[in-house]
Write a protein that binds this ligand. Structure first.
Ligand SMILES: [Fe+2]
Ligand SMILES: [Fe+2]
Length: 297
């Protein structure tokens, strides 16, 4: 697979480079707004926000902080002299600015507690916990989903910020734009891999969708934050189904793949069953939310 897909990696990497996004982290911040945390310690009323949006900023930023371990996980599948290695370097260079600009904005705007954030970063990074896809096929299927999910999470968080925080909205929009381009690279690389070996990719896709979880399991109180983020309507099972899985599987056209091995057919059937269960859960949650909503006369 790695050998056969090399020309597609080059093609998609060149396409990525042909549409550069040359934004600079230092230009996005209004530095004059900053205040000393020593003279005026952080307090919640500095930037009123719901708990779900605060959790989302915290989890999304810590996930970006964990970049070194994602890079090392990706490099395990990048042999020397293969073009995927160049892509990984480019990807790392672009991802690196996400935590930079987000933290600058967080500190200047005081939107979340900087001490809590730093404690979280220390805990998370000293564990180095990231998903470790077993094979190259697993990796590209997983990262396609993950880049798309990350794009949705940043975009929806930005939309929940107060209208007058133009810097915050702009910063999260820029990051979501980068994630879109990363998603397009992996999505189309996976599409090319389906053309090379549909059975292997079907098995990998079913496995990755079934086991998919947003990155961040090493973050303190991750589950509590994930529940808040989902309740806020930023990212949860509903977004995973509607905004991640449905468009990705549609583009890979998994329903119409022909010539699959028996094992791959089994994987496709198990994926259908998993998707039916997710759909059912999402509908149940929507009904519950509707029944709890206040009746407006
Ligand atoms: Fe990122
Ligand atoms: Fe990304």
């Amino acid at each position: 697979m790695l050998c056969e897909i090399a020309p597609d990696v080059e093609r998609l990497y060149n396409r990525h480079l042909d549409a550069p996004r040359l934004w600079f982290p230092h230009e996005q911040i209004d530095w004059g707004q900053g205040e000393s945390f020593t003279e005026r310690p952080w307090c919640e009323s500095d930037y009123p926000l719901s708990a779900g949006v605060r959790s989302s900023i915290y989890v999304n930023l810590l996930t970006e902080d964990n970049l070194p371990y994602y890079t090392s996980s990706l490099l395990r599948h990048a042999p020397k002299d293969h073009p995927i290695l160049d892509w990984n370097h480019q990807w790392t260079m672009e991802e690196n600015r996400h935590a930079m600009v987000m933290r600058d904005w967080v500190h200047i705007s005081r939107c979340i507690d900087p001490t809590l954030l730093e404690v979280g970063r220390r805990v998370q990074m000293s564990k180095g916990e990231v998903p470790e896809p077993e094979t190259f096929a697993d990796l590209i299927a997983y990262v396609s989903l993950q880049e798309r999910a990350t794009q949705i999470a940043h975009r929806n968080t930005g939309a929940k910020l107060p209208k007058d925080d133009k810097t915050g909205r702009n910063v999260l929009g820029l990051i979501a734009g980068d994630e879109t381009k990363h998603y397009l690279f992996y999505r189309d690389l996976t599409l090319a891999a389906f053309a090379i070996d549909p059975s292997t990719m079907m098995i990998a896709t079913a496995k990755q969708i079934t086991a998919f979880a947003m990155p961040g399991t090493g973050i303190p109180a991750f589950t509590r934050h994930a529940v808040r983020i989902s309740r806020e309507g930023i990212y949860g099972l509903g977004q995973f189904l509607k905004d991640v899985v449905t468009p990705v599987l549609g583009l890979w056209d998994v329903d119409h793949l022909a010539g699959l091995s028996a094992e791959a057919e089994k994987a496709r059937a198990s994926l259908d069953a998993v998707l039916a269960k997710i759909t059912e859960s999402v509908e149940r949650m929507a009904q519950k939310a509707a029944s709890l909503a206040p009746v407006v006369a």
